[in-house]
Design a protein around this ligand. Structure first.
Ligand SMILES: Cc1cc2nc3c(=O)[nH]c(=O)nc-3n(C[C@H](O)[C@H](O)[C@H](O)COP(=O)(O)OP(=O)(O)OC[C@H]3O[C@@H](n4cnc5c(N)ncnc54)[C@H](O)[C@@H]3O)c2cc1C
Length: 427
């Protein structure tokens, strides 16, 4: 057996680590010079940043296990019991109690909600638990919140920020079922599932770099800066063509982003139908705005939310990563602000922070990073392809493949592991 993995994002690397554990020879082809795909380190003006600010949840079981496996003893996260703070409006801190008592206790002590708001939020959770976290067919998150009569503050401070952060899709369009899956595991799960897991290192250092070291010390090879031009039928099953050479393999795991997947397999007629499925995907941007202030500047909380845009969340990189005075802000589902210039966007985020931090000095440095195809729009009725394709021994990994979860690290990692396990079944 020899496996080609096309794409060195979190899905491709999860597949590689799983194959390395089984001693199966494999090669990861990554077009970029840096591993990690949409969750990777970028070095700008001597600063170590990420292409996008990410958060994880305690419910990201497979992702957290993978990080622990490839970098044992390292804890590149800060785990906080579920805490949501919206600047000057709302604060929810849930104690470490079994679900749902953590949420009940958190709501009882929450700032910024009336008693009837708290009752409505608790009623929502109880009703969803009783109904098995099932949305109506084709329902959007906005319709779900209306049907369950959630008051304005609950929507603005709790449910809508959660929806946009997790699904990168506005509530009026977002798939209520996927949202409820996140609520089920993130808010209702036990054993720290609802913890916020905030990175304390850059994203390549967290998983991709140690994963690469892990697989190359076993049965894997990693080729960065190596774009796969196409996969065709070959003597052992498939031939993977790059601009420099060709590799014969028995299995292929295509772990690219959905927008580029079709170009890898377009010479395999059995997969034409998959291409048509992916053509129906729509993508939404996420913009990350980094502002460097004097080293003494920090936020009241490592992660702070805002009701008014353009950014929905700001992260204190000083408190989290030791980058003192560096604030990273994120604008998800950023369809409109994507049209603003980088300077005006940075100025708008600076004003947002200024309203919250009196006497904030002017920023010393700024950088805006836009990921135009950050995730697919997670809308009702979207057909996500399964990891097994109609073509035996050709598998699909990636956050866009069939999953309970929206486009997240956890969806990507689970899909990569599932593909590797499918390969192992052929032994
Ligand atoms: C700004 C931003 C913020 C986000 N925030 C969060 C968050 O807070 N929490 C969360 O869980 N998720 C978040 N996500 C989503 C998360 O980053 C993705 O779900 C995840 O990284 C997808 O991983 P993947 O391996 O499926 O795909 P990708 O990361 O896209 O990896 C695919 C890889 O394939 C490579 N490739 C493509 N074509 C070829 C080719 N022909 N040959 C060789 N290589 C190729 C690409 O270069 C890429 O490295 C965010 C995403 C972005 C962009």
């Amino acid at each position: 057996m020899r496996v080609a993995i096309v794409g060195g994002g979190w899905a491709g690397l999860a597949a590689a680590v799983t194959l390395a554990d089984a001693g199966i020879p494999h090669t990861v082809f990554e077009a970029a010079k840096t591993l990690g795909g949409r969750a990777r380190r970028v070095d700008i003006d001597g600063r170590v940043l990420d292409n996008g600010l990410h958060i994880l949840l305690g419910a990201y079981r497979e992702t957290l296990a993978l990080v622990r496996k490839v970098a044992p003893g390292s804890e590149p996260f800060r785990r906080l019991p579920l805490t949501l703070e919206i600047a000057d409006r709302f604060r929810l801190t849930c104690p470490r109690l079994p679900a749902p008592f953590h949420l009940v206790a958190g709501l009882a002590r929450a700032h910024g909600l009336s008693w009837s708001d708290r009752y409505a939020a608790a009623r929502f959770m109880v009703a969803q638990r009783a109904a098995g976290f099932h949305a109506h067919a084709g329902e959007t998150v906005a319709a779900l919140l209306q049907r369950t009569r959630q008051p304005r503050r609950n929507r603005e401070y709790l449910w809508e920020p959660l929806c946009v952060a997790a699904l990168n899709t506005p509530p009026a369009e977002a798939d209520a079922q996927v949202f409820l899956n996140v609520v089920r595991d993130g808010l209702n799960g036990s054993g720290g599932a609802s913890d916020l897991v905030l990175p304390t290192t850059d994203f390549s250092a967290m998983l991709p770099d140690p994963a690469a070291a892990y697989v190359t010390a076993r049965s894997g090879t990693i080729r960065t800066g190596c774009t796969v031009k196409s996969v065709v039928r070959g003597p052992d099953g498939f031939t993977v063509r790059t601009s420099d050479d060709a590799l014969s393999c028995t299995h292929v795991i295509c772990a690219t982003d959905p927008a580029r997947a079709g170009s890898v397999w377009n010479e395999l007629p059995e997969l034409a139908v998959l291409g048509a499925t992916l053509d129906r995907f729509r993508y939404l941007p996420i913009v990350s705005i980094y502002l460097q202030y004097a080293g003494t500047v920090g936020l009241s909380s490592p992660m702070l939310g805002f009701v008014e845009g353009p950014a929905q969340w700001a992260f204190d990189r000083g408190a989290l990563c030791g980058q003192h005075g560096l604030i990273g802000a994120v604008a998800s589902a950023a369809v409109d602000i994507d049209r603003m210039s980088a300077d005006s966007l940075a100025a708008a985020v600076d004003s947002q922070l200024r309203r919250h931090i009196p006497g904030l000095p002017p920023p010393e440095w700024q950088r805006v990073i836009t990921e135009r195809r950050a995730t697919f729009a997670c809308v009702p009725g979207l057909s996500r392809p399964p990891q097994r394709t109609p073509l035996p021994r050709f598998h699909l990994a990636g956050d866009y493949t069939a999953s309970d979860y929206p486009a997240t690290l956890e969806a990507a990692v689970r899909s990569g592991i599932a593909c590797a396990q499918a390969v192992l079944e052929d032994r």
